[in-house]
Design a binder for this molecule. Sequence first.
Ligand code: CMP
Length: 139
Amino acid sequence: SQLTDVTLKSYDKNKESSELIQRALMDNDFMKHLEHGQILTIMDCMHPTSLTKGCCVIQEGDDGSTVYVLEEGMVEVTKQGKKLCTIGPAKVFGELAILYNCTRTATVTALTDIKLWAIDRQGFQTIMMRTGLIKHSQY
Ligand code: CMP
């Protein structure tokens, strides 16, 4: 099946980055309810990426395919041109389109050069579903 065929790839991280990602996930309203093993697996599978100041990370209305954790720098969240907030390090963003299977609810723009950790929809959903299936099979 599509589920069992997905190979989760892990990416090396230093202790600081591992801890920052875990902190970000546990600080997020949805992610905080995941099992610790799921948090660790998501952390393990996140890959590094970076963008320069002014770049659009997420465009409102697009199909979403990636969840991010901000490691360094600042981003701004806007909706229909109106500023909602700025986000700094150790925060998750881009989770809503994946969790709710909707289009991107806001635009996210880099206010500075930024370093991010990213996981794609397929990897994210595989981690959620695999743990769910394992749990289900125990009952
Ligand atoms: P997503 O909808 O996937 O893409 C845009 C992201 O901006 C969204 O996920 C959230 O992570 C973030 N976002 C949307 N609305 C707000 C808000 N009101 N405050 C902070 N972050 C938001």
